[in-house]
Ligand binder design. Structure first.
Ligand code: CTP
Length: 415
């Protein structure tokens, strides 16, 4: 029973399917979950706060500014709710609420708690509405955006609708919703081949100093490396994340080492060569650094200026060249206009077990954005083509392939 002692936040928006939620609360409570409920104003037209509060044994939250403030927590509840939840299920999710979640509007408790939910927690969206509304271009566009940005969309079922018509739009029954939530919060670490493995991940950009106030760097945000770190910890791995300067919170359970230059990253990585089982180079490492770092600030005394650059050490290759048979090296190959052949060459040149060919289009794939398009090539030259995914989902798929490699290596060594 994965739900035991899990904190489940239920967000109810104003659709007729809200009548099913009291039953869902009972099912979740029966399985030992702690349940808190947030409602929109419209939801209270379909189900009363009294019913929801009685069954969840918690006060129901609706307004960001409640009528009275008895404790400090009363006006920061949208933050504490998001921090408290192990999973957030929004059921039913109306077209209006879906649009708000997509746009980042947070004018009520339901939408504000959605934004404050910890990044690695499941966000489950159960759209329920009339069939025509569900298939409308705007709802489909919004659902597709949410799906690409870390939410799981549970498509409605077909059947009788409140409009009297028959079509797609019915929210699943409470038993099915409880099962989906149960699956989402399940601790998958015991089944994972990564459980107990030591994983080192480099992430973010590096900065190469020109003088004391300027540097050479790139647009890497670190999101892909951080997503891999969070996903690997969830599978029971011990994760060391060596990161260049980024603006991201450290995923729970990850051991983070902050570095600035490539040489610092290389030094930190070397400390883990022996102990790590899997090394993932997700950092966008600067290939060159200024030959001389000028103390102070360079003055503009001439019309042109030259900076002499020297090659940086290759952090990933440093690891892969000396790794033992049981260690895995994984790298990325970012291309603006290249093709898979470059990635295949990188796999061989850098002695990798897996390379992620990363399309860079500046909009949906590459630096800074939350989505990515990867094609994975493993050491057996098997190709795993992934569609446009959130970086979170792309990280999960990469780890699945890494787990397959661990299994096949084990089989080979057992034979
Ligand atoms: N890498 C590294 N240290 C470097 C350069 C790259 O660890 N000094 C790692 C990156 O983290 C990534 C992979 O190697 O996993 C990328 O290799 P790289 O040769 O830099 O590839 P691209 O930049 O994609 O290709 P190129 O420079 O050949 O255009």
């Amino acid at each position: 029973m994965s739900l035991k002692d899990k904190n489940i936040l239920l967000g109810i928006s104003g659709g007729i399917a809200a009548y099913k939620i009291p039953i869902l609360i009972r099912l979740l409570k029966k399985q030992g979950a702690n349940v808190r409920v947030v409602v929109t104003e419209a939801a209270t037209r379909f189900v009363t706060e009294l019913t929801l509060s009685t069954l969840s044994q918690e006060p129901v939250c609706k307004d960001i500014f409640p009528d009275s403030f008895s404790t400090r927590d009363d006006w920061t509840r949208h933050i504490s709710m998001g921090e408290w939840a192990d999973a957030y299920a929004i059921a039913p999710a109306t077209a209006n609420t879906i649009a708000k979640l997509t746009a980042g509007v947070c004018d009520d408790m339901l939408s504000a708690s959605f934004i404050t939910l910890r990044p690695n927690k499941p966000r489950l969206i159960f759209p329920a509405m009339d069939g025509e509304m569900f298939s409308s271009a705007s709802v489909q566009r919004n659902l597709s955006w949410l799906s690409q940005n870390g939410c799981t969309i549970i498509n409605p079922e077909s059947g009788d609708l409140a409009s009297g018509q028959c079509g797609k739009g019915r929210m699943p029954e409470p038993e099915a919703i409880a099962n989906i939530i149960d699956e989402a919060v399940k601790d998958k670490s015991h089944d994972s081949k990564l459980c107990g493995k030591s994983v080192v991940i480099t992430a973010g950009p590096t900065r190469e100093k020109i003088d004391d106030v300027r540097f050479i760097s790139n647009y890497s945000s670190g999101k892909m490396g951080f997503a891999l770190a969070a996903a690997a910890v969830a599978r029971g791995a011990g994760v060391t994340l060596i990161t260049g300067p980024v603006h991201l919170p450290t995923p729970d359970g990850v051991d983070r080492l902050d570095v600035e230059s490539t040489e610092e990253m290389d030094l930190a990585a070397k400390q883990h060569y022996r102990s790590c089982d899997i090394f993932i180079g997700a950092a966008a490492v600067a290939d060159y650094r200024p030959a001389n770092h000028v103390a102070g600030k360079i003055k503009k005394n001439s019309k042109t200026m030259e900076i002499n650059l020297v090659r940086n050490p290759d952090v990933l290759t440093g690891f892969s060249k000396q790794k033992t048979l049981h260690q895995l090296a994984v790298g990325f190959c970012l291309e603006t206009e290249g093709n898979l052949q470059n990635a295949r060459e990188k796999l061989t040149q850098k002695k990798l077990d897996l390379v992620a060919y990363n399309t860079f289009d500046g909009k949906t794939s590459g630096f800074e954005v939350d989505t990515n398009i990867l094609t994975l090539i493993d050491k057996n030259l098997e190709i795993h083509e992934l569609p446009l995914l959130s970086k979170k989902e792309a990280a999960e798929r990469m780890l699945n392939v890494i787990e397959e490699l661990i299994s096949s290596d084990k089989k080979t060594s057992d034979e």
